[in-house]
Design a binder for this molecule. Structure first.
Ligand code: FAD
Length: 371
């Protein structure tokens, strides 16, 4: 972290001398409670859990190792399906109260950006941008993921016209480093150091604020279908054919049933509101899809509308944290080259007697998510 620049943004006014004792105003819990991720597959018992309410609070935590034992590790919504949230004996710093959307600006190159705090959820950000007729070039499914998390971690989706990585649209960020200093990094000034930071999974510093590229909002069209195939080879060919027919393809493969749920997506021009004619079918589909994902595709029937046109903001979903006895989606995420899709399907199918799993395929990126 030594090479990163200290900030020259207005937030640097909050910078304090490193030795100075700083008050902490946010929530502190240090009674040994356990915290779990959303899927309840991981849990951890940090010595201290904090919810800062200002950047100065984040700095205070990092600077006071006696009150806030190291490692200090940030979390957003604790949705992660990996051990990344585990921090036994350290300080878990949750950004959920740093969730302000500060507004629109032009950056040094004249690009329109939104400045937003790290704890802001994607659904909140999408609704705000929708009201301003704008969008981030990232079609989120999971509305509760925090901006700070997806700015520095891997993401996937099946966007019509852009990269599937949320972090690709982060043009600058402000973070607190291991010395408690507020620092900024930008694509413009810091090149590879900035890009490295965006792959840091929370290990290079605590993001408190991001600047995201925005553009005029666009509409999306979808044809939804569920297709059952006779063989894994037919299934792989079917995916490739439907991908060629659409602008982008999102496919959920139920390999043990040789069935695929397809969302063939098409560009539908500029706009930020779902057309009234499409609204009922869109609502019905979105709610059923959300329940299916919520329940791990267990016992939920999803409609198969054709020709729906919608605002992508409307399709960012919210999920509740399931209880122990509720079925839920847990998954691992792999990315494969699109040219290897037939082989991935064939080899996974051979593996089937030992494993029972579904595939998510976001075909713009050819990513495979095993649930
Ligand atoms: C039902 C479900 C559906 C999902 N669908 C998708 C999907 O369609 N596409 C997709 O890409 N992902 C998806 N995910 C994964 C999810 O987007 C990621 O796990 C995301 O990182 C969660 O955000 P979070 O705020 O909960 O992060 P957390 O789980 O709280 O943290 C995850 C990581 O981010 C780091 N981090 C968090 N905040 C900060 C910060 N301020 N500064 C630095 N590092 C930080 C943490 O240290 C940790 O390493 C899904 C998850 C679930 C449970």
């Amino acid at each position: 972290m030594g090479n990163f620049n200290k900030t020259d943004s207005p937030v640097s006014l909050l910078k304090k001398d490193r030795q100075e004792a700083q008050p902490f105003q946010g929530l502190i819990e240090n009674e040994g409670h356990a915290y779990s991720n959303r899927g309840l597959s991981r849990s951890t018992r940090p010595a201290v859990y904090v919810e800062p309410i200002s950047y100065a609070d984040v700095q205070a935590v990092v600077r006071d190792a006696d009150r806030f034992p190291t490692p200090v590790h940030p979390v957003g919504s604790l949705l992660s399906v990996t051990s990344t949230i585990v921090n036994d004996g350290g300080t878990m710093l949750c950004t959920r109260k740093l969730d302000e959307i500060m507004g629109l600006e032009l950056d040094e190159r004249g690009r329109q950006i939104v400045r937003v705090q790290a704890g802001c959820r994607l659904k909140k950000l999408n609704m705000w941008l929708q009201a301003h007729g704008l969008e981030i070039p990232f079609q989120a499914e999971i509305g509760e993921a925090s901006v700070g998390s997806v700015a520095v971690c891997d993401t996937k989706e099946s966007l019509l016209d852009g990269s599937g990585y949320f972090s690709a649209h982060v043009l600058a960020l402000t973070y607190v480093n291991d010395g408690g200093d507020l620092c900024t990094l930008s694509a413009q000034k810091d090149g590879s150091v900035f890009h490295e930071f965006k792959c840091s999974f929370g290990l290079a510093g605590i993001v408190v604020e991001c600047q995201l590229e925005v553009r005029p909002a666009t509409l999306c069209g979808s044809d939804i279908s569920l297709v059952v195939y006779k063989s894994s080879d037919d299934l792989a060919k079917g995916i490739i054919r439907l991908r060629e027919e659409s602008d982008a393809l999102f496919a959920i493969v139920f390999l043990h049933q040789l069935a695929v749920f397809f969302d063939q997506r098409y560009k539908a021009g500029l706009g930020s509101a779902t057309p009234a004619t499409s609204q009922p079918a869109c609502d019905q589909f979105r709610i059923a899809k959300r329940l299916a994902i919520q329940h791990g595709f267990d016992g939920v029937e999803v409609p198969q509308p054709k020709g729906i046109v919608y605002s992508r903001h409307d399709f960012v979903n919210e999920y509740w944290h399931p209880s122990v006895d509720e079925p839920r989606l847990d998954f691992q995420y792999y990315e494969h080259d699109i040219g290897k899709i037939s082989r991935v399907i064939a080899e996974s199918f051979k593996f089937m007697p030992l494993n029972h799993f579904q595939f998510y395929l976001s075909m713009r990126q050819a990513s495979v998510e095993e649930a």
